[in-house]
Design a protein around this ligand. Structure first.
Ligand SMILES: NC(=O)c1ccc[n+]([C@@H]2O[C@H](COP(=O)([O-])OP(=O)(O)OC[C@H]3O[C@@H](n4cnc5c(N)ncnc54)[C@H](O)[C@@H]3O)[C@@H](O)[C@H]2O)c1
Length: 421
């Protein structure tokens, strides 16, 4: 049975809100702090802004009196455990850990002796022990390890994944010393099925970057081979299916229009920045993968030009209907979405673009594109339908029945009108 504690979760986004709900379910009193007043107001009204968290779950947590969304750090006074889940974006291609620093500064006045602070934001190795620990010590006059406990536990949440969620995904835990590790481990053992203690916070920070860099590089590899395969007139999808029958030593990755979201386009650059800063070396795999993946939107547009050309049309003036704008299936998240880059390129070619994405908020798309629902007249009126993201809500049989030409980056159609990426 988990000991009920006062838990502050800093950041109520894709990572923090599910964690807060998990904390409530485990019997803790959770204060969910977010600097975005609109998110806090929504949460107070029982409205979730994260797809995997239902309004009912938030409403139940509120009704049970164990969840308090707030924008005031004062509400976290005397916390037992604080978890920091704020964004770690890139700024001009470089790591921007300013949100972590701000959160630490705001949290510090509430820190008391014996409390535990855990960083969950993805970041470069050394952030916890070389930045968070001294900053908290300087601001509070307390000593990290001796007076308060400090650790790092990377988040592995995969929004929209129906199989793997916080509870059943093994959680790496680490601390700046043995007592801190034990406290981090105890806290997360109450939330998840399996914890994976590691030797240092740097190891835990690097493990997270290794996981996402691995994925980034393998996607780049298959993207590059997809381009070659098309030029050699070989079906890449059948090729991947064949390779994936090998029971060992191969892991299936599929091509796509590029990588997006908060993780893959960002996290590897945290690693390459730290490698350059501390070792003066370049991370060649990461740079190559960035290069390949960043060029996929150009490649998609090139394929559209080819497909239209075969139909004796030019991209200029053609009506292109783009299905899906977010960076991944069944998500409303537009961050770093390669589709946004595709839309920019289509604009440069003077295509007439309509986007269909019922998940994405009306005001979130670039102003130059029109929006529509997936109707027969929209599909029939298109010179090309580009399937960029295969949301479950899309009826692809319907699309195939009415489209003259489909460029499908997701392999969800197979009719005569379809060109697969
Ligand atoms: N989204 C994912 O799938 C995912 C998965 C694993 C790890 N991560 C990592 O987790 C971290 C958070 O990502 P996210 O997707 O939840 O981001 P997010 O933008 O959805 O949520 C972060 C929240 O923090 C709030 N915030 C920013 N500064 C704050 C401050 N000083 N005080 C209080 N709140 C503040 C923002 O308003 C926002 O609501 C990042 O480091 C990310 O790389 C994300």
């Amino acid at each position: 049975m988990t000991r009920s504690q006062n838990v502050a979760i800093v950041g109520q986004g894709y990572v923090g809100l599910p964690l807060a709900m998990c904390g409530v379910a485990a019997g803790h009193h959770v204060v969910g702090i977010d600097s975005d007043e609109r998110k806090v107001a929504g949460l107070r009204d029982g409205v979730s802004h994260v797809e995997d968290i239902t309004d009912a779950l938030v409403a139940d947590a509120l009704a049970g009196g164990r969840y308090r969304p707030t924008s005031s750090y004062d509400d976290a006074a005397g916390f037992d455990v604080a978890v920091i889940t704020v964004p770690t974006p890139l700024q001009d291609g470089l790591p921007d850990v300013s949100h972590i620093e701000t959160a630490v500064r705001q949290l510090a006045p509430q820190l008391r002796r014996g409390a535990l602070v855990v960083l969950e934001s993805t970041t470069y190795p050394g952030t916890t022990d070389e930045m968070v620990a001294p900053l908290l010590a300087e601001l509070t006059g307390l000593s990290a390890g001796a007076d308060f406990l400090l650790g790092y536990s990377p988040e592995r949440i995969d929004p929209g994944n129906p199989q793997w969620h916080i509870g059943n995904t093994p959680k790496i835990v680490s601390g700046i010393d043995a007592r801190s590790l034990a406290a981090v481990d105890e806290f997360y053992s109450g939330l998840v099925d399996v914890t994976v203690p590691v030797a240092s916070t740097r190891q835990a920070e690097l493990a997270k970057l290794l996981e996402n860099t691995f994925r980034h590089i393998n996607i780049a590899l298959v993207n590059e081979i997809a381009v070659f395969a098309h030029q050699m007139d070989i079906d890449i999808w059948g090729t991947i299916d064949a390779a994936a029958t090998k029971p060992y030593g191969f892991m299936k990755f599929v091509p796509g229009p590029g990588v997006g979201g908060h993780c893959l386009p960002v996290d590897p650059s945290y690693l390459s920045w730290q490698v350059r800063r501390t070792l003066g070396r370049s991370s060649r795999f990461i740079e190559l993968a960035n290069d390949v993946n960043n060029h996929m939107p150009d490649y998609v547009v090139q394929r559209l030009i080819e497909g239209l050309n075969r139909r004796e049309k030019s991209l200029r003036g053609s009506r292109i209907v783009v299905l899906g704008a977010s960076y991944k299936r069944n998500s409303a998240d537009l961050r770093e979405s390669p589709t946004i880059r595709i839309l920019e390129l289509l604009k440069q070619f003077d295509a007439v673009v309509t986007v269909v994405d019922p998940l994405v908020a009306a005001d979130a798309l670039p102003a130059h594109v029109a929006r529509a629902d997936l109707t027969e007249s929209v599909v029939r009126g298109a010179d090309a339908v580009l399937i960029a993201v295969a949301h479950e809500v899309f009826d692809f049989d319907f699309v195939q029945r009415h489209a003259a030409y489909i460029l499908d980056t997701q392999r969800v159609t197979d009719g005569p009108a379809t060109d697969l990426l």
